[in-house]
Design a protein around this ligand. Structure first.
Ligand code: DGL
Length: 281
């Protein structure tokens, strides 16, 4: 069984893609609606909430947990992988993965295991825009990971501090569009209106308004689809480590929230019409 975690519903964009790729695998998704949004919270809180949710997923039988959340990946992944997991009872048998490295791999066309700059680099002189929550952007994880692979890439980061919460709270499309327009304009002001080559929607909630980003980004700018690239990378990982899946899995999907199950189920159906109902943990 695979565990997928997000602060709210954004991770469903990744989960949905994964369930289509791994039809026979069991998935458990946990959304921390008691604390969503994470994006403007202090780092220590994000680490604590994320760890609690990963523990919950492991206790339910998942041996691999994917943080389907850029903010949790940016702020908590290293601490969980390097400090918490090795000292836990799950050391050696379980693992936690994030979604930043696969995204950077796709954005730079450079494998995620790379630790030193790669030459020659086809995309080395491009400009990449990264849209994210406050905490994802201030963590600096995207520039760090991109520059490890392509040191000369120009990166423009843009905080969209209200957007994930607005999507989660189902604000009207006009209000969501105003936030997206504002974010795109601020990003373009940073590049003096030079269109970036690629844009990373570095928050799992943002694919839900990708059509609005498309409307307000220059036509030249390619938007990277994070659910797709994460699923590609995860598939590659699982093919090489099939022991994370049990032999008797049957394509079961369990959806859990720390918030109000009825409310969350209704919101989830807005963008995944036939999604199963959530249960409260
Ligand atoms: N969906 C999350 C992300 O990818 C976090 C949004 C939030 O809770 O602020 O960053």
């Amino acid at each position: 069984m695979i565990g997928v975690f997000d602060s709210g519903l954004g991770g469903l964009t990744v989960l949905r893609e994964l369930t289509q790729r791994f039809r026979h695998a069991d998935f458990v998704y946990l959304a921390d609606h008691a604390h969503v949004p994470y994006g403007n919270r202090p780092s220590d809180e994000i680490v604590d909430f994320t760890r609690d949710c990963v523990e919950d997923l492991f206790n339910r039988g998942a041996r691999l947990a994917l943080l389907g959340c850029n903010t949790a990946t940016a702020v908590a992944l290293r601490r969980l992988q390097q400090q918490w997991l090795p000292a836990s009872k799950w050391a050696g048998t379980h693992n936690v993965l994030g979604i930043v490295a696969p995204t950077v791999e796709a954005a730079t066309q450079t494998p995620w295991a790379v630790t030193s700059p790669q030459y020659p680099q086809k995309y080395n002189t491009d400009t990449i825009a990264v849209f994210g929550t406050t905490r994802t952007v201030t963590s600096g994880v995207y520039p760090e990971e991109i520059h490890k692979r392509c040191p000369k890439v120009t990166i423009v980061q843009q905080i969209c501090s209200e957007l994930a919460g607005a999507i989660e709270n189902k604000l009207p499309e006009t209000e969501l569009e105003a936030l997206v327009e504002e974010g795109c304009a601020a990003m373009l002001a940073q590049t003096q209106n030079m269109p970036p080559h690629r844009a990373i929607l570095g928050c799992t909630h943002f694919p839900l308004v990708e059509h609005l980003f498309r409307r307000h980004l220059p036509p030249f700018t390619r938007i990277l689809s994070q659910p797709d690239v994460v699923a590609d990378s995860f598939e590659d990982y699982l093919v090489r480590r099939p022991h994370y899946l049990a032999g008797n899995e049957g394509g079961r999907l369990t959806l859990l929230t720390t918030g109000d199950a009825a409310d969350v189920s209704a919101k989830a159906r807005v963008f995944w019409p036939d999604v199963a109902p959530f249960a409260k943990v």
